[in-house]
Design a protein around this ligand. Structure first.
Ligand SMILES: *Cc1c(COP(=O)(O)O)cnc(C)c1O
Length: 462
């Protein structure tokens, strides 16, 4: 029996790369006209992804780049779960609520079982909500006193971009404490210089983006207590614990930075950073239910039931929250401590090695902040290369070790940073060091006709 070529075609499994579909380049910017088999489309998309960097070698990002296989399974199981639909997925909603109370407990809320909080897409959304609550509370206080509410301000140290967004989007004056000399974070004196009756809050960061250092939350709180005693001015605090909120409670439980300080009204943290959840989850928790103005909470009934929501997004994937809950059960305080301590040890090992290489001076050595390190070139010496050159050389081996200049008033200072995440093992660190030394030798031996400038070399990802 003869077969018409076309009738057999469907039954044959062509080699994917020999298929007619793949004999031409795919459309890039015009909406495709034709349908193609999933296998072909998959191969093409899969191969595009090869051109992305290798996330595990990206030592710039704070975000999770490795998960246990169980987390992948839970993510697949949750692919249909819309976390906003608390009526259809009440158990996912229950897991979210448990995470909020577990975090309130971890952060020492006096009423951990009753307080309020929510998951978010990350710390940026969480910061936005924390900032809004401060703004609303300040307005309430001012109105009750019959005072104007048109000139709110927010006092921060050198912050992550989310706080620049908050102040710009909500028209709040941002009083950002500039870096000065060797002081690269906020201190109580600088805070006191900037607070007044229009200050909606002070935001210390636990794990400053640029240097990895912790800002002195307890000292700032004490200074504001004293200010209140002296003048009656009562200025609340929100802690940006994007990284540190998931580190300090495990590794330094004696460090007082959280709801043990009554002045700390709310805290945000990124589940997808040191919370070890997959990308797409953050948290904000209020010390007490009454620190969250009821006015900001919406009640919706069209999904069935009465649902309280306080978030910028509506529909959002639920898998990250499910995975976060898994992590809490799986690791507990003990497991998180072990994971992060391993990170600190690797950071300190790297810091010691880099300090010994000669041209570098450490700025942060992995002690008293988050697991990571930052360093600069020794000043007053002509090295013949910049940190941007070194970062560029390391890219040839796939490593992303960002070099960047600091924000005001230390734009003159270029530094390099490594963040030690869960999956950056001691062995990988030793491989990186070998490459670092080799690239340094190449730069030393061959010199450069011209060094990369900050503009050309910046590969900094927040
Ligand atoms: C990462 C980070 C943010 C933003 O968090 P996302 O989870 O990426 O939205 C805010 N503040 C600090 C201190 C951070 O490190």
């Amino acid at each position: 029996m003869l077969h018409n070529k076309n009738s057999v075609r469907g039954a044959l499994e062509d080699d994917v790369f020999a298929a007619t579909d793949l004999s031409v380049a795919m459309p890039k910017y015009k909406f495709p006209d034709e349908e193609r088999p999933p296998r072909h489309a998959f191969q093409v998309v899969h191969d595009e992804l090869m051109l992305d960097g290798n996330s595990r070698q990206n030592l710039a990002t704070f975000c999770q780049t490795w998960v246990e296989p169980e987390v992948s399974d839970l993510m697949t199981l949750s692919v249909d779960k819309n976390m906003i639909d608390k009526d259809e997925y009440p158990q996912t909603a229950e897991l979210e609520a448990r995470c909020v109370h577990m975090l309130a407990d971890l952060w020492n809320s006096p009423e951990a079982a009753d307080t309020m909080g929510t998951s978010t897409t990350g710390s940026s959304e969480a910061a936005m909500l924390g900032g809004l609550a401060l703004l609303w509370k300040w307005r309430e206080r001012r109105r009750a006193e019959g005072k104007p509410t048109d000139r709110p301000n927010l006092v921060t140290g050198p912050v992550q971009i989310c706080w620049h967004k908050f102040t710009r989007y909500w028209d709040v004056e941002h009083r950002e404490i500039p870096m000065e000399g060797d002081r690269l974070i906020m201190d109580p004196e600088e805070v006191l210089k900037r607070v007044d009756e229009n200050t909606i809050g002070v935001i210390p960061t636990l794990g400053v983006t640029f240097t990895c250092q912790y800002e002195p939350v307890a000292e700032v709180a004490a200074a504001l207590d004293k200010l209140q005693e002296d003048t009656g001015l009562d200025v609340p605090m929100h802690v940006d614990g994007a990284s540190g909120g998931f580190i300090a409670p495990f590794c330094e439980p004696e460090r007082v930075w959280d709801f043990r300080l009554p002045r700390v009204k709310s805290i945000n943290a990124s589940g997808h950073k040191f919370g070890l959840a997959p990308l797409g989850v953050g948290w904000v928790v209020w010390r007490d239910a009454e620190d969250l103005p009821e006015d900001l909470v919406f009640h919706v009934n069209y999904l069935g039931g009465d649902m309280a929501v306080f978030a910028l997004n509506f529909s959002r994937p639920g898998g990250q929250i499910v995975a976060q809950y898994y992590n809490f059960l799986r690791l507990g305080r003990e497991g998180y401590r072990k994971v992060h301590e391993a990170g600190y040890h690797t950071a300190q090992y790297l810091a010691d090695e880099i300090a010994q290489m000669g041209p570098f001076e450490l700025i942060y050595d992995g002690r008293g902040g988050i697991p990571g390190l930052t360093w600069k070139l020794k000043e007053g010496v002509d090295h013949g290369f910049t940190l941007f050159d070194l970062a560029d050389r390391l890219r040839t081996r796939g490593w992303q070790v960002p070099a960047y200049t600091l924000p005001p008033d230390r734009e003159d200072l270029a530094i390099q940073r490594i963040l030690v995440r869960h999956d950056f093992s001691r062995d990988m660190a030793s491989l990186l060091l070998e490459d670092y030394k080799r690239e340094l030798k190449i730069l030393d031996k061959h010199g450069l006709k011209e060094s990369l400038t900050a503009e050309e070399g910046t590969s900094f990802h927040h």
